[in-house]
Write a protein that binds this ligand. Structure first.
Ligand code: NAP
Length: 273
């Protein structure tokens, strides 16, 4: 399954997995765009086993519904690529009352991944791949203002969410040690997508197919079959920011995210740790 597979890096990752013969669950937030991406991938790969699942990550209710859709379609998930993301120049709140970048890029994948863990564990050996960003290096964390209520800056909100992706990756990898499920994160490079052009530069960037190389590598390569809790750039494990290795931050983010997403109230079978 690939989230945010209607465009950019996610779409090319889904295409690569379909080309390799996998059955692919293609996540989108808009039915028309998702069906168009499906048609495009099916016609370019000849693989008909591409199915659409829908949810807008600005709604945690829809994220929960997405987990139910996936449970209805399969009893195991060998690969989950948490890719969907957005860049928001201006502060905007979701229907859950949370800052949009924080929710779409960080909290929704936190919740979704936890709600799908039983399917990933059932498929072990299995892999979770989290698309973070090198921009995480610029994150400044104020645990009392993760929603940017006091001060909002689009770049800072994005950097914070992408640091959150890494804290999540490292914590989950530790919780899943010995389970046969690996969890790794990556920076895809500067890739020509609407996200890059909305937030970072108006044009340029590598073709999306290039950006999909490391996610596909982490999802499929035998050489990383047992690697877990690592951060990759250009198919190589790399050191992430000092903050991303802070145990204190990891725990604080996890506990806060459980509360904000309502995961703490879920059945124990669906949550780990
Ligand atoms: N491009 C880069 O240079 C770069 C660099 C570092 C990291 N990244 C990361 O790469 C990932 C993919 O981004 P991209 O560059 O490929 O951007 P993109 O082309 O804009 O694709 C983003 C994907 O996320 C989906 N999405 C956006 N908002 C959503 C929401 N509210 N609910 C559900 N899905 C939503 C989009 O759906 P729609 O098609 O409906 O918009 C699209 O499928 C992101 O996590 C991003 O942070 C990108």
């Amino acid at each position: 399954m690939v989230t945010g597979a209607t465009d950019g890096i996610g779409k090319e990752t889904a295409r690569g997995l379909a080309a390799g013969g996998a059955r692919v669950l293609l996540h989108g937030r808009d039915a028309g765009r998702a069906q168009a991406a499906r048609r495009d991938i099916v016609s370019s790969t000849g693989n008909e086993q591409v199915e659409v699942v829908l949810a807008d990550f600005q709604s945690l209710r829809q994220v929960r519904d997405l987990a139910r859709q996936v449970h209805g379609l399969t009893d195991r998930l060998h690969v989950l690529v948490d890719n969907a993301g957005v860049y928001q120049e201006r502060r905007h709140l979701t229907e859950d009352g949370l800052e949009t970048t924080f929710q779409v890029d960080y909290l929704a994948p936190f919740l979704l991944t936890n709600l799908l863990l039983d399917l990933v564990l059932a498929a072990a050996p299995a892999r979770i791949v989290v698309v973070s960003s090198g921009v995480h290096q610029r994150a400044a964390v104020d645990l009392d203002d993760l929603q940017g209520a006091r001060r909002y800056d689009g770049y800072a909100a994005y950097a914070l969410a992408k640091l959150g992706n890494l804290l999540f990756t490292y914590e989950l990898a530790e919780r899943l040690r010995g389970s046969g499920v690996t969890v790794n994160a990556l920076h895809p490079g500067a890739v020509s997508t609407k996200l890059l052009h909305a937030g970072f530069r108006p044009s340029g960037g590598a073709p999306p197919g290039e950006g999909a190389r490391t996610p596909i590598y982490l999802a499929t390569s035998p050489s990383v079959a047992t690697t877990s809790g690592a951060y990759f750039v250009d198919e190589h494990p790399t050191t992430s920011s000092p903050a991303s290795y802070s145990r204190e931050l990891r725990t604080a983010f996890w506990e806060l995210s459980e509360r904000l997403s309502g995961l703490a109230g879920d059945e124990p079978a669906r949550a780990v740790g």
